[in-house]
Design a protein around this ligand. Structure first.
Ligand SMILES: *[C@@H]1O[C@H](CO)[C@@H](O)[C@H](O)[C@H]1NC(C)=O
Ligand SMILES: *[C@@H]1O[C@H](CO)[C@@H](O)[C@H](O)[C@H]1NC(C)=O
Ligand SMILES: *[C@@H]1O[C@H](CO)[C@@H](O)[C@H](O)[C@H]1NC(C)=O
Ligand SMILES: *[C@@H]1O[C@H](CO)[C@@H](O)[C@H](O)[C@H]1NC(C)=O
Length: 350
């Protein structure tokens, strides 16, 4: 199965390479003036997504931005683990690891979908899109009566709906036999996309600003605001830790492998395949392996040399670290520091 997010990754790559301006796809102005070739040249879009791309061209840059944010968050959340959200296949950010319906794949789908909701909701608020504006969420019932509701809020309703339409399009147009492994994978992707979108939706909260004479705060204006994306990442990481192992039934539904566990809710992540061995480089699974990864000699966690290096051992080397030190506050108002160099021991997996 092809990676659902190859398209997003390619788009975000194109946006990364603004200055190179190599191909039309890599020129950001193509997104802005909305020239027709964009949608036909973006690699990895499904037919349905290509149509949506043509209808909503101005959204494409934000989809790319959101996906990129999701990928960055994935790399942050997994920075100390064997699988660090990078793969062998560099043609798309997630590459071939996505072929396996693992827990890790579940996370990448969820966090990318979350990134798209986030970026589109924000773009609406900022007036960047012609089809949406500020959030029109009703005033929360528990908001104190003398506080004003009506600041321009992040439009998570629109972000959620648009991301659902666009991100799920690829899955919805597949037509696999009921009860087949492929259909199981489609259901898994849809569930994880939804979990990612809901995380953003549910974590958006009321924010307020004070007005009134010299900060007296006699008047408050409030609006709906997205949570920091790091918090969404943390939440999805917890969902990753508690993800449910599923299998496809002959009737074409996902069911728990172990029926003693709780049924997953739409906010939970699910997976259908066990995780591959991320210890060794394997072109088939897209695992980079942990050779050359830096590990922590004293940690007993996943970042510790024992677990990170999968028992293969590690090499020690000295590395020079430059730090700011002996900082002094000068009147008024800046801080001056010296540079100190320190030689530290580092460990890398064999
Ligand atoms: C991917 O990796 C190959 C070989 O390592 C390299 O030749 C190619 O330029 C890379 N492609 C991208 C898009 O980075
Ligand atoms: C790579 O992973 C696949 C699937 O798990 C396995 O069948 C294969 O033997 C592995 N290849 C190597 C070279 O380890
Ligand atoms: C992930 O690990 C690989 C080595 O296994 C390394 O080359 C790569 O830079 C790491 N990526 C990140 C984002 O840390
Ligand atoms: C290594 O792990 C130990 C124990 O968890 C921790 O106290 C220390 O800060 C870590 N060192 C680095 C360089 O991350």
């Amino acid at each position: 199965l092809a990676s659902s997010f190859a398209a997003f990754s390619d788009m975000s790559k194109a946006l990364d390479q603004k200055s190179l301006a190599m191909s039309p796809v890599q020129r950001p102005e193509m997104f802005i003036i909305g020239a027709q070739p964009v949608c036909s040249q973006l690699p990895g879009l499904s037919p349905g997504q290509r149509k949506l791309c043509q209808l909503y061209q101005e959204h494409m840059a934000y989809i790319g931005e959101g996906a990129k944010m999701g990928i960055k968050e994935c790399q942050y959340q997994f920075r100390q683990r064997r699988w660090n959200c990078s793969t062998v296949d560099n043609s798309s950010v997630f590459g071939r690891v996505m072929q396996i319906g693992s827990r890790e794949t579940a996370f990448t789908y969820a966090v990318s979908a979350a990134g798209v909701v986030n970026a589109i909701s924000r773009a609406c608020r900022e007036g960047e899109l012609s089809t949406c504006g500020c959030s029109r969420t009703a005033r929360p019932k528990d908001l104190p009566r003398d506080w004003l509701w009506g600041g321009c809020g992040d439009n998570v309703e629109y972000g959620y709906r648009f991301a659902k339409e666009f991100v799920d399009a690829r899955e919805r147009e597949k037509n696999f036999a009921k009860g087949s492994e492929e259909q199981g994978r489609v259901l898994m992707n849809l569930q994880n996309n939804e979990a990612g979108r809901r995380a953003v939706y549910k974590m958006a909260d009321v924010a307020c600003k004070c007005h009134g004479v010299s900060g007296s705060c006699s008047l408050k204006t409030c609006w709906l605001q997205l949570a920091e994306f790091r918090k969404v990442g943390d939440q999805l990481k917890e969902k990753y830790d508690s993800a449910a192992a599923m299998r496809i039934t002959r009737k074409g539904k996902l069911e728990l492998v172990n029926s003693r566990f709780n049924q997953p809710t739409p906010e939970d992540l699910v997976y259908v395949d066990p995780s591959p061995d991320y210890c060794l480089r394997n072109e088939t699974t897209g695992s980079l392996g942990t050779q050359g990864r830096i590990c922590n000699k004293t940690s007993e966690g996943m970042d510790g040399c024992e677990l990170m290096c999968c028992g293969r051992g590690y090499d020690q080397f000295k590395s020079v670290q430059v730090e700011r030190c002996h900082c002094k506050f000068h009147w008024c108002c800046f801080v001056k520091c010296k540079k100190c160099t320190e030689i530290v021991d580092q460990y890398v997996c064999k």
